[in-house]
Design a protein around this ligand. Structure first.
Ligand code: ACM
Ligand code: ZN
Length: 550
């Protein structure tokens, strides 16, 4: 009750200030700076304002790898933007070579004479433009109509992110999402000044990445029978003679296109190739790589326990995986390759003669050590290609690979153990940042996998676990939300699950923790949601629970 009335009061105050300061329609006021999400590190409001004209000039200084992108992006936000032909410009963008601006940071200065964004790198410049975007009318998101007369209060913003890893994951195996949607998802990540797209490309329900050396991975392993009309947990298996018609995959050309699209938006694409578990789709074409050797058509729906697994005793498995990695490292410029490692059931390893022979030959204690041996072997190969591995926190069991980064998903324990052992970690606990979980009353929400992660809980998340000593904080690179798509069949639904929880997470990852304020955030979010509407992004309304319980 207290929370609710405080919130209403805050909204009232913010709205009143807006009304008092708005002298004309289409005028932005001081309150715009107060509404930016994620909240900037510092904002100093000055007197005066910059007013847009019918035509506005811009200039760009400094070495940019893709100046055309910056010009087009800015031009898409500011109607009537033309390149300055004189020394002065209304909007000046500048990347400085020598600067003490923080990594990914920027300074944005507005005076009556113009707007200047200065950064020490292209990311910072991009984020400065994203901040400027939130100071422009929502209409710029969909119409190229003049913003003449729109004014921005004079101010200086100094801004930079708290964490270097600000991630969003998308599972494209359980349900497949087309290239256009992947780009749209990347747009959402970029809007929130987040910088990692974790692409979950392979899992039991479909292999989604073209591998030239193994065409059957996409001819066969990318397709399953269509059970879209059934509950995911009550799937019925393939019938004799039935065609596998649901699925899809990304060609290597499409992958390159997506990586380039993300790079322009300062986003690194991390591919995930699951091993040794969550790999049964492979056995639809290559049954000899499992312990049991059975041909398994790609399954619709989940099954538990998920026991089919790559055989750790079969050398052909490693040849196969290494050949795949060869193509993955060629395609993806990222420093990291995610190799999964989660939920690998050891049942078949326990009875498989080849796996047991491997345990003996390598003097391993048990199947957990066999999993570690598997991951460490793959790590050595991936390192030989100049890359590093990430794995889910199960890779801790049986001993952590030397340079592995751990994604802590089963709560925080894995992250704490890895950081205490001097390993980098990315926090992604299912308790707070699994965006496949319910965000409201399950009776009125679209079906989700379970859980309870309303936006306020996401907003309350602190990525540095309390157990870590101050000198261990540096191992926490940041955090990430995961969107598993068992129950997410459509792009509309995917957007609904991430917006605006992603907005809350963006502030957790970017802004100073002492500035975090749930009441204030909700008020700011009310100003941001109409922009999502203008962008035609599907989001969950903040008041939806109250509306449905009234
Ligand atoms: C996971 O959710 N199995 C990483
Ligand atoms: Zn085996």
């Amino acid at each position: 009750m207290i929370h609710h009335s405080l919130r209403v009061l805050t909204l009232f105050v913010v709205m009143t200030i807006t009304q008092m300061c708005s002298s004309t329609q289409n005028t932005t006021t001081e309150s715009s700076f107060m509404n930016i999400i994620p909240k900037p590190q510092s904002v100093e409001i000055l007197t005066g304002a910059f007013v847009f004209d019918t035509e506005n000039t811009f200039s760009i200084q400094g070495a940019l790898s893709n100046q055309i992108f910056f010009e087009e992006f800015l031009g898409s936000l500011i109607p009537g933007l033309i390149r300055s032909t004189t020394g002065s410009a209304d909007i000046k963008l500048q990347v400085l070579q020598e600067t003490d601006l923080p990594v990914e940071g920027y300074s944005l200065q507005v005076t009556p004479a113009g707007i200047q964004i200065i950064a020490g790198d292209e990311s910072g410049l991009f984020y400065g433009i994203q901040t400027l975007r939130q100071l422009l009318p929502d209409s710029v998101e969909k119409q190229n109509i003049s913003i003449r007369g729109h004014s921005i209060q004079s101010a200086v913003i100094q801004d930079y992110p708290r964490f270097g890893w600000r991630g969003m994951h998308l599972d494209v195996s359980r349900h497949f999402f087309q290239v256009d949607f992947v780009k749209r998802y990347i747009d959402m990540i970029a809007f929130h000044k987040m910088n990692v797209f974790h692409w979950h490309l392979t899992d039991d329900n479909g292999w989604r990445l073209e591998i030239k050396q193994y065409p059957k991975l996409t001819e066969i392993c990318a397709w399953r029978v269509d059970r879209e009309d059934q509950d995911w947990r009550k799937w019925s298996p393939i019938k004799p003679g039935e065609q596998s018609t649901y699925g899809g995959f990304y060609t290597q050309e499409e992958v390159r296109e997506i990586i380039a699209y993300a790079a322009e938006r300062q986003i690194t694409v991390i591919p995930e190739i699951e091993m040794p578990g969550h790999s049964s789709e492979i056995f639809a074409a290559y049954p000899g790589l499992s312990c049991k050797g059975d041909l398994l058509p790609v399954r619709p729906g989940s099954y538990w326990p998920n026991e089919d697994i790559l055989c750790a005793g079969n050398d052909s498995v490693f040849t196969f995986l290494e050949n795949i990695i060869d193509e993955v490292v060629e395609l993806f410029p990222a420093e990291y390759i995610h190799i999964g490692g989660d939920e690998a059931a050891k049942k078949h390893w326990k009875t498989c003669p080849k796996c047991q022979a491997r345990i003996k030959a390598e003097h391993l204690a048990d199947e957990h050590e066999l999993q570690s041996w598997f991951i460490q072997k793959m790590e050595r190969y991936i390192q030989s290609k100049g890359k590093r591995i990430i794995g889910w926190d199960e890779i801790l069991e049986g001993g952590l690979a030397a340079d592995a980064t751990v994604m802590s998903w089963r709560g925080e324990a894995g992250g704490v153990a890895a950081a205490q052992a001097g390993h980098n970690v990315i926090m992604t606990p299912s308790s707070h940042v699994y965006f496949d979980h319910y965000q409201g009353n399950p009776e009125t929400e679209p079906q989700a996998i379970g859980g309870d992660s309303p936006i306020q809980k996401v907003y309350s998340y602190e990525p540095i676990p309390a157990e870590l000593a101050a000198n261990e904080h540096k191992y926490v690179l940041g955090a990430q939300a995961n969107l598993w798509t068992e129950f997410v069949k459509t792009t509309d639904h995917a957007e609904y699950m991430v917006l605006p929880r992603m907005t809350a997470l963006s502030e957790v990852l970017w802004s100073a923790p002492e500035q975090r304020d749930w009441v204030d955030f909700q008020a700011r979010l009310q100003y941001l949601l109409p922009r999502f509407k203008a962008l035609e992004w599907n989001y969950r309304d903040l008041d939806q629970d109250e509306a449905s319980s009234e």
